[in-house]
Design a protein around this ligand. Structure first.
Ligand SMILES: Cc1cc2nc3c(=O)[nH]c(=O)nc-3n(C[C@H](O)[C@H](O)[C@H](O)COP(=O)(O)OP(=O)(O)OC[C@H]3O[C@@H](n4cnc5c(N)ncnc54)[C@H](O)[C@@H]3O)c2cc1C
Length: 291
C-alpha cells in the first residue's frame, strides 16, 4: 500500500528507519528490533541505500522481506550515486516485482573520498531528475528529502526550498525531513513550503539522542545543528551514559509532543537499528495522550 494513502489525512503517521546490516548477526538483530517495534504499529518502515549503491541488493532484499514476511508496509531509499538510469531502472523493477510501492528518491552524498557529488554518465545530477524517472517507471508513491535547516550544500534556504518544490513538481508525494532539534526550524520550513504551494505531507525526521559523541558526528555529517543549551546539557552529562539516555529521551519526547500539538503530518524516527529509545518515546507520547 502507498504511504500517501495514510499520510496527510488528518492523523499523524509514525515510521521507523533502518539501515541494511553488514553481517548475518546484524540481520538477526535487526529482525529482533523490528519485532520489538511492531507493536507500535508503524504506518511504514524504510530502509536506507548505502553510499554508491553499496547496499543495492541488501536494501531491495530487506524491504521485500519486511513487507512480505513481517507484514509491515516498507519504503526503499534509492540514490543516484554511481548509477546510470538503466541501473536505477532495474532496481525499480526489482522493487516493483517484490511488491514494494514506496520509494524515497534521493541524490545521495558524494562517494567516499570525494567532497562534491559527481553525476554518473547516463545518470542523474539531482533528486528531481530521479523523481521524474521513478514516476515514469512504475506507479510508486515517491518520497523526497527536505531540510528544515537547509541542505548544507545550498547556501540559501529559499533556493533550497525552490529545489524541494522542483522535486514535488516532478512527482513527489511525500517529504521526509532531515533530523533537527529546534522545532522553530521545522515550523519555518513547513510554513515556507506551504507558502510556495507545496501541498504534500511533510513528515518530521526525529533522531533520539542516546550518545553524545555519536550525535556530534551525525550533525557534523548532515549539517544540522544542536542548539547551544542542549549541547551544554549533553556535555555536562557525558560521563554518565544513563543520564544522557534519559535526557535524550525526555528531549525527543517533548520535541515530538510539541510537533504533534502543531498538527504535524507524521514523525519518522531514525532508529539506527535499535528499538529501545524509539519504543520509550512513542510509549510516553501515547501514554500522555499526545498521539
Ligand atoms: C529522510 C532522509 C533519508 C536519507 N536517506 C539516505 C540514504 O538512504 N542513502 C544516502 O546515501 N543518503 C541518504 N540521505 C542523505 C541525502 O542523500 C543527502 O542529504 C544528499 O546530500 C542530498 O540528497 P537529496 O535527495 O536531498 O538531493 P537534492 O534534492 O538533489 O539536493 C542536493 C543539493 O543540490 C541542490 N539542488 C537540487 N536541485 C538543484 C538544481 N536543479 N540546481 C542546482 N542545485 C540543486 C539542493 O539545494 C541541495 O543543496 C537521506 C536524507 C534524508 C533527509
Amino acid at each position: 500500500m502507498r504511504i500517501d494513502e495514510v499520510a496527510g489525512h488528518g492523523k499523524p503517521i509514525v515510521s521507523f528507519e533502518f539501515f541494511p546490516p553488514k553481517t548475518d548477526a546484524g540481520f538477526q538483530s535487526l529482525f529482533a528490533t523490528i519485532e520489538e517495534l511492531r507493536p507500535l504499529q508503524p504506518s511504514y518502515v524504510s530502509v536506507t541505500y548505502g553510499a554508491g549503491g553499496s547496499t543495492r541488493e541488501k536494501t531491495v532484499d530487506l524491504v521485500v522481506r519486511i513487507q512480505r514476511d513481517i507484514g509491515i508496509r516498507a519504503m526503499a531509499h534509492l540514490t543516484c550515486v554511481g548509477h546510470t538510469a538503466d541501473q536505477i531502472g532495474s532496481v525499480l523493477d526489482d522493487l516493483w516485482a517484490g511488491g514494494i510501492r514506496n520509494v524515497l528518491a534521493l541524490r545521495g552524498d558524494p562517494q567516499v573520498g570525494q567532497t562534491t557529488f559527481t553525476k554518473t554518465e547516463g545518470g542523474f545530477g539531482y533528486a528531481n531528475e530521479l523523481v521524474g524517472y521513478v514516476a515514469g517507471r512504475h506507479n510508486f508513491c515517491i518520497g523526497v528529502a527536505g531540510y528544515p535547516e537547509g541542505h548544507p550544500q545550498c547556501l540559501n534556504r529559499s533556493r533550497d526550498l525552490e529545489h524541494l518544490k522542483q522535486k514535488v513538481d516532478a512527482g513527489a508525494n511525500v517529504i521526509i525531513t532531515q533530523l533537527f532539534f529546534d522545532n522553530a526550524d521545522f515550523y519555518h520550513f513547513r510554513d515556507e513550503a506551504r507558502r510556495m504551494g507545496i501541498k504534500v505531507p511533510i513528515v518530521a525526521g526525529i533522531m533520539p539522542i542516546t550518545n553524545v559523541a555519536q550525535i556530534k558526528r551525525f550533525v557534523s555529517m548532515c549539517g544540522a545543528k544542536i542548539p547551544h543549551p542542549l549541547l551544554q546539557k549533553l556535555e555536562s552529562l557525558e560521563a554518565d551514559p544513563e543520564a544522557v539516555y534519559q535526557y535524550g529521551i525526555d528531549y525527543a519526547t517533548q520535541q515530538c509532543a510539541d510537533l504533534l500539538k502543531q498538527g504535524i503530518d507524521g514523525l519518522h524516527y531514525y532508529t539506527l537499528n535499535k528499538s529501545k529509545a524509539t519504543v520509550d518515546i512513542v510509549k510516553r507520547l501515547r501514554a500522555s495522550g499526545a498521539v
